[in-house]
Design a protein around this ligand. Structure first.
Ligand code: 4NP
Length: 146
């Protein structure tokens, strides 16, 4: 099983999701990417790294990359953090490709959240991690039952 988490910059939400889910489900091959290329090659945003580190997640070795059409062939499941991510991902879907694309919050229906708010703008890094951890737990259950 190969899963890629996708957000806008690949420096806050998706690298956090990657680290959290890798910790929870080491048997799953896990990656992350951004729909925008602004931060390619850079490590996750400092305050995101700090909030994650306080919970025991090390994001320091991750480097941003841009999501590409090839990711539809490389992964079994593509998970976006918000509706814009999903729309940008779908723009790149190769014709005939059937790879599953989902919103991360679908796996934490009890949260009442439809999207993972971007802490780069909200500055609520702990709130984002709370939601990401809940979604990751739900994803693990969903993959175990599949
Ligand atoms: P992310 O957050 O999509 O969760 O990585 C962002 C980080 C940086 C920017 C936008 C979103 N930015 O505009 O630079």
């Amino acid at each position: 099983m190969k899963v890629v988490f996708v957000c806008l910059g690949n420096i806050c939400r998706s690298p956090s999701a990657e680290a959290v889910f890798r910790d929870m489900a080491p048997e799953v091959e896990t990656d992350s990417a951004g729909t925008a290329g602004w931060h390619v090659g850079k490590p996750p945003y400092g305050p995101t790294q700090d909030a994650a580190h306080a919970r025991g997640y090390d994001l320091s070795n991750l480097r941003a990359r841009q999501f590409t059409a090839r990711d539809f062939e490389r992964f079994d499941l593509i998970i976006g953090m918000d509706a814009d991510n999903i729309a940008d991902i779908e723009q790149l879907r190769p014709s005939g490709n059937q790879t599953e694309v989902r919103l991360f919050t679908e796996y934490a229906s009890g949260s009442g959240m439809r999207e993972v708010p971007d802490p780069y703008y909200t500055r609520d890094f702990d709130g984002a991690l709370d939601l990401i951890e809940g979604c990751a737990r739900g994803l693990k259950v969903a993959l175990t039952e599949a």
